[in-house]
Ligand binder design. Sequence first.
Ligand code: BGC
Length: 491
Amino acid sequence: MFLSRLIYIFTIFIVEIVVAKNGSSQHFPENFLFGVSSSAYQIEGGWDSDGKGPSIWDEFTHLHPEKIVDRQNGDVGANSYEYYLDDVEAVKSLNMNFYRFSISWTRILPTGDLTQVNEKGIEYYNKIINKLIEYKIEPMVTMYHFDLPAHLQLLGGFANSAIVQYFEEYANLLFNRFGDRVKYWITINEAAEFCVKGYGGKIHAPGINAHGKGEYLCVHNALKSHAVAYHLYKREYYNQYKGQVGIALDSSFFYSDSNDTVVVNREMQFTLGWIAHPIFSSDGDYPAVMIDRIANHSKAEGRLVSRLPTFSNHWKRTIQGTSDFFGLNYYTSRYIRESLEPIGENPSVARDRGNERFTKPEWIKGASDWLYSVPKGLGDLLRWIKAEYNNPEVIITENGWSDDDRLEDDSRVTYFHDHLEQVLDVILNNGCNVKAFSVWSLVDNFEWSQGYTEKFGMFFVNMSSPRKERIPKKSAYFMEELIKKRSIPGI
Ligand code: BGC
């Protein structure tokens, strides 16, 4: 009897040690918010339903199915256009505080401009927003997540500064029709990503491939578009609606084996600083290292002006300070070293940066070629942002992991566990002002050039059934428990 009692106590003791090691007894601050993210083209389907106009992703996938590994597209996908209630129920089942989704520009403005306003499109988003509010889930709306109106691409899209005015008019319509209920706005998702892959490269829509020029023009106009939308809100809507407007930036953290801080700083500035410095730094404008290097390279190429466009003082001032929070999408990190040979295409942002990127053999790899789990990179990145931009309020707008098709998604659970540990650590031990964390993604969805071959969802979608049922994976239960306890469960 005594012996079995002793064994029992010893077992409990061991279990507690294990939980203390894996889980965390520390809690997220009371006002910390948890959410989950998605984007219109990746989940909605209904690509031409009820008056929606074509976006550049509709055209890209229809005209060039060979550019998508499984030759698929977002025509139907998870069909959130019909089954949005399933999405909202899924968000509710996890007790999430907010749902971040994006608005398809052409569902509302079929040609991208005010020629025609599609009330059916407005109605669709009203239904989502109203249901979220009914469930006490905060809607967080991304205004632009890669799906530019095809009609505006005819004018050059983000390579033409005319986009700034069209974006402002689109923003005005959204603030006007949804601003009474939407208090969190994200103007543009990952400008560097769609500009590098879609304007500098050809693997994302619109596939311009004007490397070394297109990506710089695109980011330039994206920054201006963001800034005018921000000012519009502050001028015309803030007093009445009291919402927040921000932008979502993607970045890795970069390490050097030889502790080469010059090279690390250059890589950080060319990646995150490219977009963040003009908005969040105390001096505004692009980072000096970008301005100097691209000017030098351009000169050596015989050009009269730099391939990096310049901001007038008016624009520097207009862009600076235009974000109520720092939206951060973090997935992975890299080691870097200065390249001894010219790297990347001639010219290109990769060549202008001049560094080689590599990974470590011990890093665990997801189903995406580029995705390695480096949780410490998130902690280091958040500390870097705190130091570089004077501790802004950060909303982690995306963090996620790809695998093949499985409900027992243990690798995703481990990924969230390890990354949230870093988030908790920087809040409690480094005083980083991180206010919220959002999972990418709610349901399995169209992963751009990878089609449906990589799964990022916490909910599996039965793609072969017309009803597209959503089924929670193990990671959904993990997040549900985490949110309930407000601390990280052991795994
Ligand atoms: C994008 C998402 C994408 C995810 C995974 C982010 O760059 O915002 O649209 O699905 O990464 O690749």
